[in-house]
Design a protein around this ligand. Sequence first.
Ligand SMILES: Cc1cc2nc3c(=O)[nH]c(=O)nc-3n(C[C@H](O)[C@H](O)[C@H](O)COP(=O)(O)OP(=O)(O)OC[C@H]3O[C@@H](n4cnc5c(N)ncnc54)[C@H](O)[C@@H]3O)c2cc1C
Length: 429
Amino acid sequence: MAAPEFDVIVVGAGAAGLAAAQALRDANANLLLLEGRDRLGGRVWTNRNLPNLTLDLGASWIHGTSGNPLMDLARRFNVQTARTDYESLWRYDAGGNELSDRADESLDNRFSELMSAVRRQRDGMQDDISLQTALDQVLSGAQLSTEEQRELDYALNTEVEHEYAADSSDLSLKFWDQGEAFNGSDVLFPNGYDQLFLPLTDRLDIRMNQVVQRVAYGSNGVTITTNQATFTAQKAVLTLPLGVLQRGSVAFDPPLPAAMQTAIRRMGMGLLNKLYLRFPTAFWPEEPHLFGYIAERKGEWAEWLNLAKYGDAPVLLGFNAGSYGRRLEGLTDTQTVAAAMTVLRTMFGSSVPEPEGFLISRWAADPFAGGSYSYLRPGGSPDDYDTLATPVNNQLFFAGEATSRDYAATVHGALLSGQRAARQVQGKN
Ligand SMILES: Cc1cc2nc3c(=O)[nH]c(=O)nc-3n(C[C@H](O)[C@H](O)[C@H](O)COP(=O)(O)OP(=O)(O)OC[C@H]3O[C@@H](n4cnc5c(N)ncnc54)[C@H](O)[C@@H]3O)c2cc1C
């Protein structure tokens, strides 16, 4: 049997794969990086298709700048950042009327009281239930007006469901907000998130359009079969997203350990989608960073980022998560833009012009992602992240946001997991 061609094969050129490959390259490993798509970055997807615009269809922000390893990269590569002020938010009711300061404050107070009651309820709780079930229990008997119900749905959707990319009925009450966070503000990149990662590709042997279909491991090393070729190595770092593992589009021989298969099934792969709209001019108020829309139906076009704050371009970015995000993926581009425009015209008046251009993400339908990022369902456990991160046979080393117990669902979590996998490959901890 011939010796394996490579010391290590890294699968996936997102944040985790590029971080792992860079660390292994620095350790002088004979290394190959395989990527299924025709672009780098994975769920960091900077798109420059619209003239003179740089728009991120995946991650936008560094969440928490203090001590965040991504800030080191931003400084090292001299990348311009811009802070988002989440307090700079103007909200509109379902009829398009802007909320008064008093109504704004009252909404925030009622929501924070409700969430405190929900947190008290989970203390000492035995069996896990969903966050929504807990909310229903806390609110049972309360006589909410239509407006109050809409406001509550709006706050829950924008503050919880958008962050965790899942409906409250899918989130574990016990663990939906587990994990760690860096302090400091959130910053985004007016000239693209990919500026942090493209320099990491230096001196790497990266083969694009190599869709991994099978990973075999055992006494002969690791054999990876793609749609184009077969490669062998002593070890592999696999950064396949949870959504890809759940779809079973990569076969493992022998199959992955039972505990890992259980964790893969039990964890949730969430959905957050983006729609960018570019207009001839900015018709919306200049001042706020964000606009909120308290829709009649929960979760529909509730959050908008004013991109004109970060550059000159008259661009708005709408977010949708969970089940509504999924429903939108079934619509055509024209239908999606029309749905968004109905809301914008309700908020800003019937004379709002048609957009000159748009970009739509559909992360659930993407075969290389299968969703946006991971979350914990009722009955799940933070241990599932550790299970996914456990090396198999000292040959397969897993990385990616869904293997990061402390920082799941983030770019920094993915980056740190890639560095961890590189250490494990070298027998370090
Ligand atoms: C809409 C959206 C907004 C987000 N916002 C933020 C944010 O503001 N801040 C933040 O910190 N995080 C955010 N995230 C999360 C963040 O983008 C991810 O956690 C992170 O980028 C994941 O990196 P990764 O390396 O684990 O996975 P990925 O980036 O998905 O990398 C995996 C790679 O494997 C490749 N691959 C998959 N299957 C195969 C196969 N069969 N063969 C070969 N290659 C394959 C993929 O193409 C991909 O390049 C957001 C995500 C989305 C989708």
